[in-house]
Ligand binder design. Structure first.
Ligand code: HEM
Length: 543
């Protein structure tokens, strides 16, 4: 009896083992065929099944950890987490070679079911590389290339003047004012909508949609990320929390996409100068079948929502970084004041036309972009097909992390990289082109490079030049009026923020106050006259 029960179980064990061996051999053979015997890039030793989960940086900021791994293993480092391959690109040479030059295979994004479940799939910044992404990017770029962006200056200027006024009225909520300023200019440009209530509502809509993405895209938080079929389990089952959250996330994404869109459509005639207004007017005049029209309208509403969502965190984080840096460095503030006094003088506010003459202010902005990175690992790209880099095998689907932060804190390029020192960008009274330019890094790479970068640079310039012209910025004060020492620190995550950006903001003079009040009184008419102006598309060059 005992023998007869053991024989079948031994046989089935042998069969199972043979099957396992077969599967393994097949996998190994296919791997050999795909890799053509090329090794994966070097990296720490992986454990069975979980891979390098223990090597992914947790005790320090991810980009600092990745920089340290590159110091140990070289500029190209491989990690594996379960079945996901990650390659860290640790120097400008490998980043430019792979992401800027070999773009046909390195412009994808990681495919994850969470994009759909959070509603983030309407954001073309996360879309897979392909025709749908390309159509979004073209539509967007048409309105954000350098030739068009110039036409947005009246709105950006009005928003900057509004910013000065808000800082004057309430110098305590600097970050809120930055957010308000960015949203005010974008809501006007994208939907033609202004007014305090509409701007505040838009801030909430964008914040809700971004919170959904921040919660839903945390790697490994939900089992459904690794096992997409679980998306079909009923919401009441234990462990199906993601289904309940997903309903909330998708509702937030839907509201951010459709509420301002629906509002602007109601009065399209008046709002036709706006970006979405122009796209809808063009569509109305085109002869397109109904199905294609619906698809095009979907694309237009996506373009509107992404302009607000993709640019807000990065721009807000950059300007907040500038306030912190200036509050810590009175010597920088003093030099910027001296330059503005000499170039602009006390009787007016700075304008876009001053940019070329404001060398020191331009260097301050470059140093802010270098010192405080809002996306230290950029937005990771993904390899579409199996590939080879420097003799190493890069499997299809590998997530590519360009370590922008490491390039911006490389002591070989920037002496004492932790120090905030705008002078490093200046030689003989001019911007020094031989110094590594942060703009070549912080806006990302290749075909995915930030298409809002020209707009962003103008926004940062007009706001920072105006603030520097009118205000003193210093450390925060305690209840006894004593300065509080703020130690610069940044949050971890895809988007990185200053942890503590408290500072004091006070007008430089009575004349500065008067300039602000005068500029603020012209804001409504400036916005009104922009709405009635002609749009100029300029010559579209490749993104
Ligand atoms: C200082 C401000 C900004 C910084 C530092 C920044 C940085 C970035 C970075 C690093 C990427 C990823 C690039 C890559 O994948 O290689 C990106 C993508 C993107 N940015 Fe920006 N950005 C800023 C402002 C803006 C603004 C104002 C807008 C909108 C007007 C915008 C729209 C976008 C879009 C739509 C994408 C996705 C591009 C794609 O995947 O094809 N950004 N940005």
């Amino acid at each position: 009896m005992a023998i007869s029960t053991h024989i079948p179980s031994l046989t089935s064990l042998a069969v199972s083992l043979s099957l396992l061996l077969l599967v393994y051999l097949q996998y190994a053979l296919s791997w050999r065929k795909r890799s053509r015997w090329r090794p994966l890039p070097p990296g720490p030793k992986a454990l069975p099944i979980v891979g390098n989960i223990h090597n992914t940086p947790t005790s320090k900021l991810a980009w600092v950890g990745y920089r340290d791994l590159c110091a140990q293993y070289g500029d190209i480092v491989h990690l594996q987490v379960f079945n996901k391959h990650i390659v860290v690109l640790g120097s400008p040479d490998v980043i430019f070679e792979y992401l800027n030059k070999r773009t046909a295979n390195t412009s994808d994004r990681e495919h994850t079911i969470m994009l759909e479940l959070t509603g983030a799939d309407v954001n073309f910044g996360f879309m897979p590389y392909g025709p749908w992404w390309r159509r979004h990017r073209r539509a967007f770029w048409q309105y954000f290339h350098p030739g068009t962006v110039e036409g947005y200056r009246p709105v950006q200027r009005a928003a900057a003047h509004g910013f000065l006024f808000r800082l004057l009225e309430d110098p305590t909520n600097v970050e809120d004012h930055i957010q308000y300023t960015f949203t005010a200019s974008m809501t006007k440009l994208v939907y033609g909508i202004d007014g305090d209530d509409s701007i505040k509502r838009e801030i909430t809509l964008v914040a809700n949609a971004q919170a959904a993405i921040a919660q839903g895209l945390v790697p490994g938080r939900f089992l459904v990320q690794s096992f997409p079929f679980l998306r079909h389990v009923p919401a009441w089952l234990p462990g199906a929390e993601f289904r309940r959250l997903s309903n909330k996330w998708m509702a937030a994404a839907w509201s951010a996409k459709y509420e301002p869109f629906a509002e602007m459509k109601k009065s399209l005639g008046e709002k036709s100068r706006s970006i979405v207004g122009q796209l809808l007017t063009k569509l109305a005049l085109a002869e397109v079948p109904d199905k294609a029209r619906a698809e095009e309208e979907d694309l237009i509403s996506n373009v509107g929502t992404v302009a607000l969502q993709a640019g807000s965190k990065t721009t807000i984080s950059t300007i907040t970084g500038a306030f912190l840096a200036l509050s810590l460095h009175p010597e920088v503030l003093q030099k910027a004041h001296a330059e503005l006094d000499a170039v602009v003088g006390p009787d007016r506010l700075p304008d876009f036309s001053d940019r070329g003459s404001l060398v020191y202010v331009s260097a301050v902005i470059k140093e802010v972009l270098r010192w405080s990175n809002s996306t230290p690992l950029s937005l990771p790209h993904c390899a579409t097909e199996d590939d080879e880099l420097h003799g190493y095998f890069i499997p299809a689907g590998t997530v590519l992390f360009p370590n922008t932060w490491a390039c911006m804190h490389d002591p070989k390029a920037y002496d004492e990289p932790k120090a905030f020192r705008p002078e490093r960008f200046i030689r003989d009274g001019k911007l020094d082109p031989s110094v590594r330019d942060p703009a070549d890094f912080v806006f990302g790479y290749g075909r995915r490079i930030c298409p809002g970068r020209h707009f962003a640079e103008e926004t940062v310039f007009i706001n920072m030049a105006s603030v520097l012209h009118c205000f003193d910025i210093g450390p925060p004060l305690d209840d006894h009026g004593q300065p509080i020492k703020v130690v610069p620190a940044w949050t971890d995550g895809l988007f990185s923020y200053i942890v503590d950006a408290r500072c004091t903001v006070t007008p430089r003079s009575a004349q500065a106050e008067a300039l602000i009040l005068q500029a603020q009184s012209h804001v409504p008419s400036a916005l009104e006259s922009w709405s009635r102006s002609e749009a100029h598309e300029g010559d579209v060059v490749e993104a």
